[in-house]
Design a protein around this ligand. Structure first.
Ligand SMILES: *Cc1c(COP(=O)(O)O)cnc(C)c1O
Length: 345
């Protein structure tokens, strides 16, 4: 059979030959001593792109978000987050485990927080309540279907954060996708956020790494917690070089992933046994509900694997499809045909 088409996640990409060359040739030093010039260049580059004073290179998006939580809060504080938000739903309970912070999850619209709900969820200042200290927004929202925030919605949430003196952290694992889909500059998206994290290892195709950005004081605090959490890396310039190469070469091409996703979702929508609203997807993630009675999403995942397509089941009746750098237009057509055939059985 022709090669597997892997639509499980945009994390499955492999570094390209020129990216590997940039890694091999990277100038390095001991970054725990602050002596890795390539890491410094990556941090300065991302800080500038996001319009922030400083930035910190970290091993994962989870660590970036958890450093933001730890740096903005004290144990016993509360974090407002959308109920499907990564830092609440997919980070192993780390905000409680590492920072002693409890989540106040709110159900949003396609993964986006509603400012009116946020306002209602901020605890009054009182000795009875957990102190609300931070709001997290995910841009784009993974479980919402790769949904980008509008600037109006961010501004409304940022106004609430300012009024109550709360931090606003933007989990921008896929901020690059939001930027390419909407044309809104990265720094404009980031302007009202106290801190922002971005992933290099998803749509951009680097093998490892995320970057956390904010004020100099905030990044100094996060730097200390990075060491505490075990995220201090030594000759990390080899990894940072991949991130720099990705930022220089792989941002505008995300538009291709978005076109591929649109085509894929249209194809899926026409397959009996699946339901999805292709018109709602703006970036690189789509969900489809399995509508055939007695057929679970997990069973469809197995059928698709046999047919040469890898996807994730995200609930008993829901599948997630993600496009990325290592999937081209002919592979999208092949994937649609394989899904159609697998569901016809
Ligand atoms: C993937 C992801 C992260 C972090 O993932 P890691 O696997 O820890 O790098 C954070 N937020 C969102 C929205 C993500 O999709």
């Amino acid at each position: 059979m022709s090669p597997l088409i892997d639509l499980r996640s945009d994390t499955v990409t492999r570094p390209s030959p020129p990216m590997r060359r940039a890694m091999a040739e990277a100038e390095v030093g001991d970054d725990v001593y602050g002596e890795d010039p390539t890491v410094r260049r990556l941090e300065a580059t991302v800080a500038a792109l996001l319009g922030k004073e400083a930035a910190l290179f970290v091993p994962s998006g989870t660590m970036a978000n958890q450093l933001a939580l730890r740096s903005h809060t004290e144990p016993g504080d509360e974090a407002i987050i959308e109920a499907t938000g990564h830092s609440y739903a997919y980070e192993t309970g780390a905000m409680a485990g590492l920072s002693g912070v409890q989540a106040r999850p709110l159900r949003g619209d396609r993964g986006l927080l509603d400012p009116a709900d946020v306002e209602r969820a901020v605890s009054p200042v009182s000795s009875h309540f957990a102190r609300t200290r931070i709001i997290l927004i995910e841009n784009t929202s993974n479980r919402g279907g790769g949904t980008p925030y509008t600037l109006d919605r961010i501004a409304a949430i940022a106004d609430i954060a300012e009024r109550h003196r709360l931090a606003l952290h933007m989990d921008g694992a896929r901020l690059w996708n939001a930027h390419v889909a909407t044309g809104i500059p990265l720094a404009t998206y980031a302007a009202r956020a106290t801190s922002v994290s971005v992933c290099l290892s998803k749509g951009l195709g680097a093998p490892v790494g995320s970057v956390l950005a904010g004020t100099r004081v905030f990044i100094e605090r996060a730097h200390r917690f990075r060491k505490m959490f075990g995220g201090g890396m030594r000759q990390a310039g080899i990894l940072a070089a991949a991130g720099l190469w990705a930022i220089e070469h792989n941002v505008p091409r995300l538009a291709e992933d978005h076109q591929h996703l649109k085509r894929l979702a249209e194809g899926l929508a026409a397959i009996p046994g699946l339901r999805t609203d292709a018109s709602r997807y703006e970036t690189n993630i789509a969900y489809a509900t399995v509508t055939r009675p007695g057929l679970s999403a997990a069973a469809v995942v197995e059928r698709l694997k046999d047919a040469g397509v890898l996807v994730n089941a995200t609930s008993p009746d829901e599948l997630r499809f993600v496009t990325h750098l290592d999937v081209d237009a002919p592979m999208i057509e092949a994937a649609i045909a394989r899904v159609r055939r697998a569901l016809a059985e």
